[in-house]
Design a protein around this ligand. Sequence first.
Ligand SMILES: *[C@@H]1O[C@H](CO)[C@@H](O)[C@H](O)[C@H]1NC(C)=O
Length: 235
Amino acid sequence: MEFSLFFLLLSCFFFSTDAAVFSLVNKCSDTVWPGIQPGAGKPQLMNGGFQLKPGETVTINAPTGWSGRFWGRHGCSFDASGKGTCDTGDCGGVLECDGAGGTPPATLAEFTLDSPKDFYDVSLVDGYNMEISISPSGGSGSCRTVKCLSDLNQRCPSGLEVKKKGVTIACKSACLAFDTPQYCCTGAYGSPQTCKPTGYSKAFKSACPMAYSYAYDDPTSIFTCQNANYSIVFC
Ligand SMILES: *[C@@H]1O[C@H](CO)[C@@H](O)[C@H](O)[C@H]1NC(C)=O
């Protein structure tokens, strides 16, 4: 009797406090290959990548204190052994990214869980490749849905486009395209006081007001929630 109560409490402690469920949902008209890169020292989820067909949802359990980023890859083709390439977001020519990040430009959904709240954001700091939104459910706190649902490939500032056969398939950040201290917030521009929005980051911000448009865009771009699950929706 006492033992079963003890184990019930123990299992509550280990299996339900704070661990989050991520639901990855593909609302695009074509297949997306999500990539997942854990933060330093955090465990892999789904070996870092898998295929998600239109209309499909995959749920993933993340342990307490997990951090990392999700992105979508487009235009991939992989052989039976999981080797191949993607037009955007490629992580070294493999289906399972296994710790590698995506080649920018790629829209990112970033999370730091239980610190002590969950922090999350959509980032265009490394550019944009597809629409992403994050919707918390069941949590407490401000817990807002963060969307970047404007097709920046259609509105990509001139000079930042990544094209395939004449069609814009991704949009670089100015830092990625020009690699200067002003655009990358490095050197003399390495603080929030000195690194200000530019014409390029403002174009990103007007398309996606809730997303990070440059490195020091924190005040309008970082969101918090507690003890929630999260849907990450592509398109
Ligand atoms: C998160 O999802 C799991 C599995 O569906 C569920 O048991 C749990 O109650 C959910 N948590 C919240 C806060 O909604």
